[in-house]
Design a protein around this ligand. Structure first.
Ligand SMILES: [Zn+2]
Length: 258
C-alpha cells in the first residue's frame, strides 16, 4: 500500500485549500512587511560625534604596545604579531568610521564587527592574544552600545563551549547577592550567592564587565560558599588585607599627586 497522500485524503477540498493558502500567503506577506519596516525604523542608528571621536582616538592609539601587554600581566607578543593585530583592528575601525553619514541598523554594525573579527584567523594567535583582540572588539562594541558578547565568546571558545556553558549555568537559585555598577558603562555587575556556609572569611572579587571589559572590585561578604557571576567574569579574589593594602597605596598615590 502506498503511503503517499492523495488529494482525496486531505481534510479540506482543493478549492477551499487553495483559498486558505492564498489568504495565508497574503497575511504572511503583509505581516512580514510590517514587521521589517517597523523593525528597520526602530533600530536605524547614526554614529554621534562623540562615538566618532572615540573610534578615531582608538584608531590613532597603538593598542598593543609593550605597556598595554604588561598592564595585562603578560609578556608582550612579538612586534610583528602586535602590528598585525593593530592593522586588522584599524581596518574595522575605518569601516565603522566610514559609515558616519549613513544610518545603519544594529545588525549592520554587528556585521561590520563580525567582518572585522573574521580578519583574524583564531588559530594564528595564542589564548592571551585572542583575549586581547576580543577585549578590543568589546571596547568598540561598548562605544557603539551594541551587545557583541555572544559572537566574541563563540570566536574565543567555540560554539559548543558557549552552548554547554549556557546549558550548565541554567537558573541557579540566588539566596543573596552583591551588586555594583560598572564605573565605565553603568551596567549592574552581580555576584549571586547560591550557597552559604559558616566560618568562611569575606573575599573581595575583581571582575571584568562583560559589556565594556572594565575591571571592577566587588565587596566581599562572609560565609559565601558558592557563587555565580552575572554581567561579568571572575578575574581574581582578594583577602581583606590585600584590599586594605591596595586602598592604602591608592591613598598614598593620591597624597603624592597633590
Ligand atoms: Zn562596563
Amino acid at each position: 500500500m502506498s503511503k503517499a497522500y492523495k488529494m482525496s485524503h486531505l481534510p479540506v477540498s482543493p478549492p477551499k485549500l487553495a483559498k486558505f493558502l492564498n489568504s495565508l500567503i497574503t497575511f504572511l506577506t503583509i505581516s512580514t512587511f510590517v514587521f521589517f519596516s517597523c523593525n528597520k525604523k526602530d533600530t536605524q542608528l547614526k554614529l554621534t560625534v562623540t562615538q566618532l571621536k572615540q573610534l578615531d582616538s582608538l584608531k590613532s592609539t597603538y593598542k598593543f604596545s609593550d605597556k598595554a601587554w604588561e598592564a595585562r600581566g603578560l609578556i608582550p607578543s612579538p612586534k610583528a604579531v602586535s602590528d598585525k593585530m593593530e592593522k586588522n583592528i584599524n581596518i574595522c575601525l575605518e569601516d565603522l568610521i566610514s559609515t558616519q553619514s549613513e544610518e545603519l541598523s544594529k545588525e549592520d554594525y554587528i556585521d561590520i564587527l563580525q567582518d572585522g573579527l573574521g580578519r583574524f584567523n583564531s588559530f594564528d594567535y595564542d589564548t592571551e592574544e585572542r583575549e586581547f583582540i576580543a577585549d578590543q572588539f568589546a571596547e568598540i562594541a561598548a562605544i557603539l552600545r551594541i551587545d557583541f558578547n555572544e559572537q566574541l565568546n563563540i570566536w574565543l571558545y567555540g560554539r559548543l563551549m558557549v552552548f554547554l556553558e549556557k546549558l550548565l549555568h541554567k537558573d541557579p537559585v540566588i539566596i543573596d547577592s552583591i551588586n555594583v555598577k560598572c564605573n565605565r558603562c553603568g551596567s549592574t555587575l552581580k555576584q549571586g550567592i547560591i550557597k552559604k556556609e559558616n566560618n568562611i572569611p569575606a573575599y573581595w572579587t575583581i571582575v571584568k564587565c562583560k559589556q565594556c571589559r572594565e575591571l571592577v572590585l566587588l565587596p566581599g561578604k562572609e560565609n559565601v560558599k558558592e557563587m555565580r557571576y552575572f554581567n561579568c567574569y571572575f578575574v581574581k579574589s582578594l583577602s581583606k588585607e590585600e584590599v586594605d593594602s591596595i586602598q592604602r597605596n591608592e591613598k598614598l598615590r593620591e597624597i603624592n599627586d597633590k
